[in-house]
Design a protein around this ligand. Structure first.
Ligand code: ATP
Length: 523
């Protein structure tokens, strides 16, 4: 696109006279005359090769003959219209990248927004708030915005705008420096509220959006991070999206996690791996508050920044989430035995009496019921529960103690707990372990036993069809309600493949930068 501007004031533009020869003449005349210090310094500067090169570039640009040749400027501009600006843009197939509206009070046609990186923005000649008077000589005062858009879309080549420039300064200081992780899917063609569907930017949950403008409180402008296309698109602002989601939410019932009345505990026990006794390894506890997902906050966007762990920093906490029986403990066990120095798990607390072969702080940290209850009151547990009249729980300090040994702490929790772990201190990396299709579950788990489901003698039972169904349904609910918290999803189909994917993820976590909430980076 080629453009030029004519105003009452002369615009700055490269002037087509060769500066280098002029510079030489001037230098010679200066040398012939007595020099003061400033002239001497100026001569020195003008003799520098970089300044000479700059002037040479200027001359080249000024002499260049750009195509297409623009038609002459209209000469019937009213001399009294001091602030009128005539702009001529040559339009190719690309949209102009601007929206217009009618001012409610004055009735004037106003430029409502300029899409960042679009044609109008790149021209630098049209600004938000400019009043549109004419398009190609046609007065627009009495036209509806749709009619003006029609004129624009039918125009080919040069378009002349007569506008009254706005006096408002735009705030561009933070533009392009804010990144948001999308916590919902967005399709502008489905959005009745968007002022211009064509200008909308579709995105998916988990996408990183570079926010180009927040000038409008309802419609932000954004680009998908890493997208080479410079033109921004419209997206609903955080505030607007939260408001309308909150309104919609009141109609949608929250889906409970408990999907059958089967007599299984159904709750993840993070404790098995830290026990030595195989029998006690099968003990389970029922976690409090776990029979229903909490209503998570209205998820819209989360401001994020890139973060890479430094050598001297503690490892990020690795949180594993998944439905009962999906294979979390199997994957954790494989990781632990692959490198006991590098990976660690927490030691749980219990109020049950210590058995002979057990040592305090190894299988469990043994504490009194009274102390346990006090710790619960003081929010010292990430999760806790009761089993056969004894409490079991994972304390925050037990995570700290693994991290303090400079190990990667592997922790499996229920998904609603994740949001409490998302702190600057732990910077958790959350991995959702997902079951494969029911057909693949039947094939791969033919000989496997579901440890949380026991027979009359207390032994683990082979997987039943309903275990698979429950696993899939529970995974779907987890994913629909909590996937905005997952950094990575791994399908545990073939065990070795899932394990290798987990290992690769850990390697990347140590080598590469990841998007994290901005508060974890700029504390
Ligand atoms: N990909 C797989 N292929 C075949 N068997 C598997 C696979 N993953 C796990 N298993 C088996 O499934 C059973 C359940 O696995 P595991 O105990 O790790 O599940 P879990 O998610 O920790 O369940 P729970 O919540 O009951 O502890 C185990 O016998 C395990 O060996």
């Amino acid at each position: 696109m080629r453009n030029y501007i004519t105003m009452k004031s002369r615009a700055l533009c490269p002037c087509c006279m060769e500066h280098q020869p002029w510079q030489m003449i001037w230098l010679r005349s200066c040398k012939a005359n007595p020099l003061n210090n400033e002239i001497r310094e100026l001569l020195k500067l003008l003799s520098k090769p970089n300044l000479k090169a700059l002037l040479s570039v200027h001359d080249t640009v000024a002499q260049k003959n750009y195509d297409p040749i623009l038609p002459p400027m209209p000469d019937n501009i009213d001399d009294d219209e001091d602030s009128v600006k005539i702009i001529r843009l040559v339009k190719n197939r690309e949209p102009l990248g601007a929206t217009i509206k009618r001012d409610e009070h004055t009735g004037a046609v106003i430029v409502a927004r300029i899409m960042r990186g679009g044609a109008a923005d790149r021209s630098g000649l049209i600004h938000v708030g400019d009043e549109l008077k004419e398009v190609n000589g046609i007065p627009v005062d009495d036209k509806k915005p749709e009619e003006i858009i029609q004129i624009l879309s039918q125009s080919q080549g040069a378009i002349t705008f007569k506008i009254i420039p706005s006096v408002k300064e735009e705030n561009t200081s933070k533009e392009g420096k804010i990144f948001m992780k999308a916590l919902f899917d967005y399709d502008p063609t489905d959005d009745k509220a968007i002022p211009c569907k064509e200008a909308g930017l579709p995105f998916m949950k988990g996408d990183i959006l570079q926010i180009m403008s927040q000038d409008d409180a309802t419609w932000w402008q954004a680009k998908l991070e890493g997208d080479a296309n410079p033109r921004a698109g419209l997206i609903p602002s955080k505030h607007f999206q939260e408001r309308r989601l909150a309104l919609r939410k009141s109609d949608v019932p929250v889906q409970p996690l408990k999907i059958s009345n089967r007599k299984i505990s159904g709750f993840r026990r993070s404790f098995r791996l830290s026990r030595k006794d195989r029998k006690t390894n099968k003990t389970m506890y029922e976690c409090k508050k776990s029979d229903q997902y909490d209503t998570a906050d209205v998820p819209t966007y989360e401001e994020v920044a890139k973060y890479k762990r430094q050598q001297n920093e503690k490892y990020r906490l690795v949180v594993l989430v998944g439905p009962v029986g999906v294979g979390l403990n199997e994957l954790k066990r494989k990781l632990l035995i692959s490198d006991t120095q590098h990976y660690g798990v927490t030691v749980p607390h219990t109020t049950r009496p210590r058995r002979n072969q057990e040592s305090d702080g190894v299988e469990y940290t043994f504490i009194s019921k009274h102390l346990f209850e006090t710790d619960v009151q003081n929010n010292k547990f990430i999760e806790y529960g009761e089993y056969k009249n004894n409490y079991y729980g994972t304390s925050i300090d037990s995570v700290r103690s693994v991290l303090a040994k400079n190990k990667v702490c592997l922790l499996d929790v229920q998904p609603h707990t994740v949001k409490h772990l998302r702190t600057l201190e732990f910077k958790p990396f959350v991995i959702f372990i997902k079951p494969p299709s029911i057909e693949r579950l039947r094939e791969t788990r033919k000989n496997a036993k579901i440890i949380s489901s026991k027979d009359e003698r207390g032994a683990a039972k082979p997987f039943q069809e309903e275990d698979f169904q429950e696993m899939i349904k529970s995974a779907q609910i987890m994913e629909s309600q909590y996937n905005h918290l997952f950094d990575k999803v791994i399908v545990n189909d073939d065990l070795t493949t899932a394990y290798n994917e987990l290992k690769t993820t850990f390697d990347k976590l140590e080598r590469e930068a990841f998007w994290v909430p901005v508060s974890w980076v700029h504390s």
